[in-house]
Ligand binder design. Structure first.
Ligand code: NAD
Length: 252
C-alpha cells in the first residue's frame, strides 16, 4: 500500500510501531540529507559529481589514494558539522523505549551513534568515514593525524606495516564485513517490523535485507521519496520526506 498523504502515513506507521515488538530499521543516505550530508543518487548527489574510486584502484595507485583523501578532507567541514536529524532522533527514541534492539545502516557518517545508539548496536555495513584504518593490519588512525601526514607528503602509509591507510569505509570492490553481515541477517530474520529508510535499495548485498525480513515474516515499511524496486513487496510505502514522517516519533 502506498500512503496517500503525510498524515495517513504517520498514522499507519504509528499503528505498526505500536503493535510491533521488535523493530529493525535499515537506513541509507536519505536519512542524513536534512543534516547537510548529500546522498549519492538524488539530483546533485555525490554520485553525479564524483565517480567512486573502486578498492582495487585505491590499492594500485598513489594518485587514486591522494584523490580519495582530497575528496574526504573536502567533505570534512560537512561531516564535522552534521548533527542527528529528526529521523535519527525518532529511531533513537524507539531504541531507548526498547523497541529497537539494533540498527542496520549503510551510512558512514556516525550519526546513529551521535543520536544515542550504543556503537555495538549500530551495524555498519559500509563502515565509517569518521576515522581511518590501515588496509593491511587494520590499525586505526584518527583523521587529524592522517591530514597532517597528507599535507606533508600525500596519502600516508601505516607506521606499523607500510600498507595504505584508508577511511574505515567499504569501497566498491572491497569485501563486505563478515560479522556485520551475519548480525544484519540475524536481525532481519528475527523482527516483526522492518523499516527501510532513505535508501534507493540498489546497492547490493545490503539491499537484500528488506527482502530477507519480509520473507521471514516481518512487515516491511519503505520510507523514501523516490520509488524503489522493492516497493511492491512492502506492506506500507511512504513516499514523503523522512524528517516530516519520523518527526512525530521523536518524543521529548
Ligand atoms: P542513495 O543515495 O542511493 O539513496 C538515497 C535515497 O534517499 C534516494 O532514493 C533519495 O530519493 C532518498 N532521499 C534523500 N533525502 C530524502 C529525504 N529527506 N526524505 C525521503 N527520501 C530521501 O543512498 P543509499 O541507498 O544509502 O546508497 C548509497 C551508498 O553511499 C550507501 O551505501 C552509503 O554507504 C553511501 N553514502 C553514505 C552517506 C552517509 O553516510 N550519509 C552519504 C552518501 C553516500
Amino acid at each position: 500500500m502506498i500512503a496517500k498523504d503525510l498524515q495517513s502515513a504517520v498514522e499507519a506507521l504509528g499503528e505498526m510501531i505500536a503493535s510491533a515488538s521488535t523493530i529493525v530499521p535499515f537506513t541509507g543516505a536519505g536519512i542524513s540529507t536534512e543534516c547537510g550530508i548529500p546522498d549519492f543518487r538524488s539530483p546533485g548527489g555525490l554520485w553525479t559529481r564524483n565517480r567512486p574510486i573502486p578498492f582495487d584502484e585505491f590499492v594500485a595507485s598513489r594518485e587514486a589514494r591522494d584523490e580519495s583523501w582530497r575528496r574526504r578532507f573536502a567533505m570534512e567541514a560537512t561531516f564535522a558539522a552534521a548533527k542527528p536529524g529528526r529521523g535519527h532522533r525518532a529511531l533513537a527514541a524507539l531504541y531507548r523505549a526498547g523497541k529497537i534492539p539494533a540498527i542496520i545502516t549503510q551510512n558512514i557518517d556516525n550519526l546513529h551513534q551521535a543520536s544515542g545508539f550504543a556503537s555495538d548496536h549500530v551495524i555498519e555495513l559500509h563502515g565509517n568515514t569518521t576515522y581511518a584504518r590501515c588496509i593491511g593490519c587494520g590499525r586505526a588512525y584518527d583523521l587529524p593525524w592522517v591530514k597532517q601526514r597528507f599535507d606533508a607528503g600525500g596519502a600516508p602509509d601505516c607506521i606499523d606495516c607500510d600498507e595504505p591507510i584508508k577511511t574505515a569505509t567499504i569501497s566498491f570492490g572491497q569485501a563486505m564485513p563478515e560479522n556485520e553481515m551475519l548480525r544484519a541477517a540475524e536481525l532481519s530474520q528475527h523482527c516483526d517490523l522492518f523499516i527501510a529508510i532513505g535508501s534507493s535499495l540498489v546497492v547490493w548485498p545490503a539491499a537484500g535485507f528488506p527482502m530477507m525480513a519480509k520473507r521471514c515474516g516481518a512487515k516491511l515499511v519503505i520510507i523514501n521519496r523516490e520509488p524503489t524496486d522493492q516497493d511492491e513487496m512492502a506492506d506500507l510505502v511512504i513516499p514523503f520526506d523522512i524528517g516530516e514522517t519520523l518527526g512525530p516519533f521523536v518524543g521529548n
